[in-house]
Design a protein around this ligand. Structure first.
Ligand code: 5GP
Ligand code: ZN
Length: 112
């Protein structure tokens, strides 16, 4: 199966990598909502969040939590939007589970 995010994980498509461990991979979004907008994916392919075993969802969110704090510290951000679009009807464009971390500043305009 030809999956965009699987190809990014394998290095077949270049990405600005933020973090990688055995189970997860994180990279900057190509079309960021704010500076530092990061996408976190499991290395194992699942089309949607609800397809994932709970254990894998736990590893994914452990990385998400760690990186949210790291990005806020590194960028002196005041907070973050952390979110996931589950399935096409909810706006999921890439059918490989991913979580968005969008660093925010007090008084910013929501990234638009
Ligand atoms: P979704 O709408 O599926 O939740 O979000 C997909 C995200 O992936 C979008 O924010 C989009 O900008 C990002 N994206 C799509 N293609 C690429 C790519 O080739 N490289 C990177 N770094 N991000 C991508
Ligand atoms: Zn994939």
């Amino acid at each position: 199966m030809d999956c965009l995010f699987c190809n990014i994980i394998k290095g077949k498509i270049p990405s600005h990598k933020i973090y990688e461990d055995e189970e997860t991979y994180a990279f900057l979004d190509i079309n960021p909502c704010s500076r530092g907008h990061t996408v976190v994916v499991p290395k194992k392919h699942y089309d949607s969040f609800t397809d994932m075993p709970t254990e894998d969802a736990g590893s994914l969110f452990a990385t998400v939590k760690m990186l949210t704090g790291m990005l806020e510290d590194a960028m002196s951000a005041d907070g973050s939007n952390v979110g996931l679009n589950n399935k096409a009807a909810a706006g999921q464009l890439v059918p490989h589970v991913h979580v968005h971390i969008i660093p925010r500043m007090n008084g910013d305009n929501g990234g638009s």
